[in-house]
Design a protein around this ligand. Structure first.
Ligand code: ZN
Ligand code: ZN
Length: 108
C-alpha cells in the first residue's frame, strides 16, 4: 500500500492515487476512478467499455437492417415473379391441355 500511496493520479499530478486501473494500469485519484461491475476502473477505460457495445450493436443493427431490406426486396421480387409466372403459366397450361386433348381426340 506504500507503493500506491506514493503514486499520483494519472490525470491530476497533485492528487494522491487511491486505486490502480486494471485496464490501463495507471494510478488514479478518487475522482478519476469509478466502480464498474464490482471492480475499479478509470473514467477513460469506463468510457471505452461503455461505448464499445453500442457501436457494435449499431453496426450489427445496420447490417441486420440491410439484410432485412434485401430480404424484403427478394420477397417482393419473388412475389411478383410468382404472379408473373402464374399469369404466364395459366394460359400456356390451358393451351397445352387443350392441344393435348385435341390431339387425343384426333388420334382416337
Ligand atoms: Zn484505465
Ligand atoms: Zn484524478
Amino acid at each position: 500500500m506504500h507503493n500506491l500511496a506514493s503514486q499520483r493520479c494519472f490525470n491530476h499530478a497533485q492528487r494522491e492515487a487511491v486505486a490502480r486501473c486494471p485496464q490501463c494500469g495507471h494510478y488514479f485519484c478518487r475522482e478519476c476512478i469509478t466502480e464498474h461491475d464490482d471492480r475499479v476502473i478509470c473514467a477513460a477505460c469506463l468510457r471505452k467499455l461503455v461505448q464499445a457495445p453500442p457501436l457494435r450493436r449499431r453496426a450489427f443493427a445496420g447490417l441486420a437492417h440491410g439484410c432485412e431490406c434485401l430480404l424484403g426486396l427478394v420477397v417482393v421480387w419473388f412475389f411478383f415473379y410468382l404472379i408473373g409466372e402464374g399469369l404466364l403459366a395459366l394460359p400456356t397450361s390451358f393451351h397445352e391441355r387443350t392441344l393435348w386433348k385435341v390431339n387425343g381426340w384426333d388420334q382416337q
